[in-house]
Structure formats: C-alpha cells, structure tokens
Design a protein around this ligand. Structure first.
Ligand code: PHE
Length: 459
C-alpha cells in the first residue's frame, strides 16, 4: 500500500532535483550568518569539532530517517506521521510530532525573516558603495544604527515575507530547482573569493587555528548544546522540512546517497564561511565573540577593501538572500501542505494566512533589537534569543529524537528496509544502529546535561 501512495502535491523530476531542493533548504543564513557567530561566541575549535561530529553521527542518520518517513507517507509531516503510525498499529498521537514541526517552522521563520531582511538591506548598502574604504568602526556603527531603527527593519522584513510567500503559493517545485542549480555554485565561488582575500590578510593561519584547533576549556555545556542544535538547524532537521521534501522524492532515488550529498554541501558552505570570516576578524582586531552582527560587521570590511568590492559585495548579499529565500520556503512548506490537505485551502490562501501570522510574530524579534531590547526573559535572553534557543536548541533536537525513535524502534524493519533500499545489509545495519542508539543517546545526554539533571545524578 505504501508503495503505491502518491503525493497530491507532485514529485521532484529526479533525485538531483531533490538534492538541490534539500540543499536549498539546508544552505542558508544558518551557514553563513549563524555558524560563524556561534563558533566565535563559543571559542572556535571545540565548538566546530562537536558540530562536525553531530552532523556525521546525528545529522545524517536523522536526515535519512526524515526523508524515508516522508517518502513513505507522501503527505505533509502531520498526515505522514498519522498514516505511518496507523500502518504500524501505533497511536494516532504521533501526528503531534508533525504538528510540533509545523510550530517550530513557524517560529523559526518569524525571526529568520528579520535576518534575511538585514541581508536584503545589505544588498543596497553594499551596492551604493557605503562600505568602500570604511574602517572597522564605521562598519560596526552602520550595523548598530541599522538594527536600532525599527522602521527600516520592518520594511525589509515585510519584503522578505512577501517574497517567500509568493514562491510558496505557487508550489515549491516551480523555480526552486533552477534557482538552486545556478545560484548555489556562484555563492560557493564568491565564498572562495573571500577565502582568497582572507589568505592575504596575514591572519589566515590564525583564523584556521581558531576554527580547527579545539580547546575544550573554552566550551561549556551550553556550547555543546549550541553545536548540536546548530547541526539540526543547519541541516534543516527535526521539524519536517526535509520530511516534506522527502515526500516528493521519486520512488527509486537512493535516500542514503542523497542525504550524504546534502550534508556535505551544507557543511562545506559553513566551513568555507568560517575560513573566510575569522582571518578578517583577526586582521582588523575585532572580537570573534560579538554575536549576531558578526558577518554584517566583517564581510563589508573585506568588500570595502578589495578591488571590485562593490560588485562582489552586492552579488554576495544577493546570493545570500537567495540562500535564505530557499530556506525560508522550506520552513513554511509543512504548514502550507497541511492546510491544503486538511483544510481544503488553496495554496494561495494557505500561504497568505501563514505568511501574515509569521510576519506578525516576527515583530517580536524585530523590536527585540531596538525598542524592546531591555525586556529579557530568564535573566538575559531577549525575545529573539529566547525564540532561537527554544527552536534550535530544544525543539529541533527533541523533534529529531522522536523521529529517530519512530524510525529506528517503532517502524517495522521490513518497512524501513524496503523504503531505504540501501542494498547492502551492513549499510542498513549501520544506519539502524545510529538511529536506535547513538542519536537518541547523544540528544538525551546533551539535553540532560544542560538542564543540570546530569550533574544532579552524578553528584
Ligand atoms: N537550514 C536553514 C539554514 O541553515 C534553516 C532551516 C532550519 C531551514 C530548519 C528549514 C528548517 O539557514
């Protein structure tokens, strides 16, 4: 029965189309904006190492599980989970896992859109030559003044939300494949150009050392949680984005190979961004741990100094915007697919509804950088910090944990084997071992450690 199920939303034209779309979802602000500042805030090397290990032993197996569940269910994550649970004779409440994913996607997009708005603004700032020859201080001040102005942020946030919902309302497949196929390679080329620039700063080795020589005394329990959370965030896991894309995957495509390709592409972009940014930071005497503004305060400096910088800088922010766009689309696709399936809405109506709600919630993050910056939760988190923490560090890992439990323990071996179709038994068993034991244990250990329970148990 599962074999004959078809998605009412259509199918990718090939395995490559899926890889492109999933990479489009994975590669985004998470790689270029978030990874560098998290690495900077958490002391560099040790954070990067834990991040890489998380991608390999937690990220790839969960990505395979998500794609597998999606392809077998062929519906939005909520209905996929419901259908698959029924097929295995399990509780219908598994649909709530899909529901939690929809909620996480909505929460993430609400702040993602604000940062994407910054990117959009920087297309114009760079394009108009604002940063040409500017000092580190001037570039920093420009950023601080920009985020202090709610009206400007509002305009960019609104434009990005409209852009995203226009594509979603037309169906994710049209246009997305093409956009990713041509734009992503150019983004990588520009990152390489920046790496070339970084090599000439005289601080290249220092940057590499910061990123790759782990100093475990610099990392805390929170840092470890952040590294694992970042693996989920960057690979778009734990909320159904990859599951919904998996539901459009053609029957015969290899899930293992596709997932590994996506993970490699995603991780390479993040590492390249890090290699480009840290030498620039050290060359200008900047502090690597300065948080969310990091890339916006460093890359314009490089563009301001290199020949042709206005052109390359503008192009870079345009491509980053595209990367953010293709990720933003995947954040709402589970919600929109569900509204179409269960509420009988047209895609357009569903998109308008979800877009409007996300836009509204986004105002919380927008104001947290200016007029509400003094309002904090749990001591020191702004609204943005709290949303980011709740989604990337709690909801995505917890969602991934439940996906692993479902795919590894509850789904029949026959079903997962048939759907994954790895071909060799050792490969299947390796995957099963990872999702059954390693992934759940790693996620639980990190969550417990951070909530202090572990300390209490071992005391
Ligand atoms: N992976 C995206 C990024 O790195 C963000 C994202 C998270 C997209 C979760 C979809 C789901 O920018």
């Amino acid at each position: 029965m599962a074999r004959r199920r078809k998605s009412i939303h259509g199918e990718w034209s090939s395995r490559w189309a899926f890889i492109l779309a999933a990479s489009g979802s994975a590669v985004g602000l998470g790689n270029i904006w978030k990874f560098p500042y998290l690495a900077g805030d958490n002391g560099g090397g040790a954070f990067v190492l834990i991040y890489l290990i998380s991608v390999a032993v937690v990220g790839i197996p969960i990505m395979m599980a998500e794609v597998m569940l999606g392809r077998r269910g062929r519906q939005s994550p909520i209905n996929t989970m419901r259908t698959l649970a029924a097929e295995e004779g399990l509780s219908r409440h598994w649909k709530w896992l899909g529901g939690a994913g929809v909620a996480a996607g909505f929460l993430i997009l609400s702040y993602y859109s604000i940062i994407a708005g910054w990117t959009l603004a920087y297309v114009f700032h760079t394009g108009s030559g604002t940063f040409t020859g500017a000092s580190a201080e001037a570039v920093s001040t420009a950023f601080n003044d920009f985020v202090a102005d709610p009206e400007r942020l509002l305009a960019w946030h609104t434009i990005f939300m409209v852009m995203t919902m226009v594509v979603v309302s037309r169906g994710v497949r049209s246009g997305l494949e093409q956009a990713v196929r041509y734009l992503m390679p150019v983004l990588v080329l520009l990152l390489l150009l920046l790496v070339g620039y970084a090599m000439n700063t005289g601080f290249f080795i220092e940057g590499l050392k910061f990123l790759f020589s782990p100093d475990f005394s610099k990392i805390t329990g929170w840092g470890i949680l952040a590294a694992m959370g970042q693996a989920f965030f960057s690979l778009s896991l734990g909320m159904g984005a990859i599951m919904v894309y998996g539901s459009y995957l053609p029957r015969r495509a290899s899930i293992a190979r596709s997932s590994i390709n996506v993970a490699i592409a995603d991780t390479s972009v993040a590492i390249l961004a890090g290699i480009a940014i840290f030498p620039i930071i050290f060359a200008n005497g900047l502090n690597p741990g300065q948080g969310v503004g990091l890339v916006f305060k460093t890359l314009p400096l490089a563009f301001g100094q290199m020949p042709g910088g206005v052109f390359f800088g503008t192009l870079f922010f345009v491509l980053l915007l595209f990367a953010a766009w293709t990720s933003g689309i995947s954040l709402v696709e589970p919600a929109v697919a569900w509204l179409v399936e269960n509420r009988g809405m047209t895609r357009v109506k569903a998109s308008v509804l979800v877009g409007a709600a996300t836009w509204l919630l986004g105002l919380g993050t927008l104001f947290s950088f200016n007029i509400w910056s003094d309002y904090t939760l749990f001591g020191k988190m702004t609204f943005f910090d709290a949303l980011d923490f709740l989604t990337a560090n709690i909801m995505l890992p917890a969602g991934g944990l439940l996906i692993a439990v479902f795919a590894g323990w509850l789904m029949s071996r026959k079903a997962s084997m048939q759907e994954l179709a790895i071909g060799n038994d050792a490969g299947y068993r390796a995957w099963q071992f990872l999702v059954r034991y390693i992934t759940p244990l790693a996620v639980i250990a990190v969550l417990l450690h951070v909530t202090g329970v572990m300390k209490w148990i071992t005391a």
